[in-house]
Design a protein around this ligand. Structure first.
Ligand code: 13P
Ligand code: SF4
Length: 365
């Protein structure tokens, strides 16, 4: 993960050097709480039984006694702390279905972060998502349970890279995928997500637009618009690994299978699929169309989460795992709520510029 000099994560695990002595930390603002006792008791079994019903298709009964004490402790602590958990669709089912208050794609989470009236946001997702929440809710305490939860796209570009692009292509507007650091967002004209990229590009009224950092998203957008796209060379380490050949093999085995791809996949992968859209759009597709058999060409937890809500759909699962998303676990979320770590802070001058790019996008929708 890339942590810029302006945007940093501070918390007890980073040691004394990261916390300015005069600054109030999350812990000094909200106070300490004791770590709950974690045990599989009849009370825990009873209070979490309704949640197990939601995930029983993906979590075997033998594993539930390990998750349930954390789930109860986290749900109790959220109330005590006036905290909400915003979880991305790639979080594991025990997070997504059992402790998250809001789930969604990047756009939905960014919107909700600005609307929530909780005092504390715990981000179930990667670091750029937590930064976006902080941008949209500067007065709230935003915590990420593991600040090492990065993203290959966000790590592929810096603010200095954007400034160099602007020098190379003077006057050409720059769109940043939301999968970027606050430092990059501060340098661009507007942000986009996978669910609104074409609309954002066309909103600028320019004949040429620079899109950073995902070269595949840029290529997929370029095919849907007359605007000329200049792309950066970043890629998602999860979606770039899918190939058209592997998908065509599944189609050959079952011609009725529905293939749904995320637009971070290479265009030749999108070409052999029936649908391409954001994680939320894929969920919607499955919910409304109820295909007999589906393959979600994306991160592994998506199929688990969607399968739990669509028992009539058969999911074929050649997925790729996002190691960054998987850094967020129930024990780390619990630590986050007890010890209020790791707090996301962004220099206010930088945040103002970065926020403007996110708000311009949100105002378009
Ligand atoms: P969505 O906005 O479609 O949820 O995508 C975010 C992401 O990181 C996909 O890899
Ligand atoms: Fe980043 Fe790809 Fe992981 Fe999404 S799936 S967080 S784009 S590395």
């Amino acid at each position: 993960m890339q942590v810029s000099s302006h945007s940093r994560v501070s918390g007890p695990s980073l040691g004394a050097a990261s916390a300015a002595p005069h600054k109030l930390t999350a812990l000094s603002r909200h106070g300490a709480l004791p770590m709950p006792i974690l045990a599989w008791t009849p009370e825990v079994a009873r209070e979490t039984a309704h949640l197990y019903e939601k995930v029983k298709a993906t979590i075997p009964p033998i594993e539930w006694p390990f998750h349930a004490p954390y789930i109860k402790a986290i749900n109790d602590l959220k109330k005590q702390r006036n905290a909400v958990i915003l979880a991305h669709n790639y979080q594991t089912p025990e997070i997504y279905h059992c402790v998250a208050d809001v789930v969604g794609d990047s756009l939905q989470l960014a919107r909700i972060a600005g609307q929530s009236d909780a005092e504390i946001i715990v981000q179930g997702g990667v670091h750029f998502m937590a930064e976006t929440s902080k941008l949209m809710s500067p007065e709230k305490t935003v915590l990420i349970p593991d600040s090492r939860a990065g993203c290959s796209l966000a790590a592929s570009i810096t603010g200095a890279d954007v400034r160099a692009l602007r020098r190379k292509y003077p006057g050409v507007p720059v769109v940043a995928y939301v999968n970027t650091s606050a430092q990059v967002k501060a340098e661009v004209d507007i942000c986009c997500t996978s669910s609104n990229a074409v609309k954002v590009v066309e909103s600028l009224g320019a004949d040429t637009v620079i899109m950073v950092p995902d070269r595949f998203l840029a290529a997929n957008v370029a095919r849907q618009t007359a605007v000329k796209i200049i792309a950066w060379h970043g890629a998602c380490e999860v979606h770039e690994r899918f190939t058209a050949e592997e998908l065509l093999r599944y189609r050959a085995e079952d011609p009725s299978i529905q293939l749904l791809a995320h637009p971070e996949c290479p265009p030749e992968v999108v070409d052999v699929c029936d649908f391409s859209g954001s994680t939320a759009a894929m969920i919607d597709y499955v919910k409304t169309r109820q295909p007999q058999r589906v393959l979600l060409v994306t991160e592994c937890s998506m199929a688990d989460n969607v399968a739990a809500e669509n028992p009539g759909v058969d999911f074929v699962r050649p997925c790729n795992l996002c190691p960054h998303m998987k850094r967020i676990t129930l024990p780390k979320i619990l630590d986050s709520l007890v010890y209020l770590r790791e707090e996301v802070t962004i220099d206010e001058a930088l945040a103002q510029r970065a926020r403007r790019s996110v708000e311009r996008m949100i105002d378009l929708n």
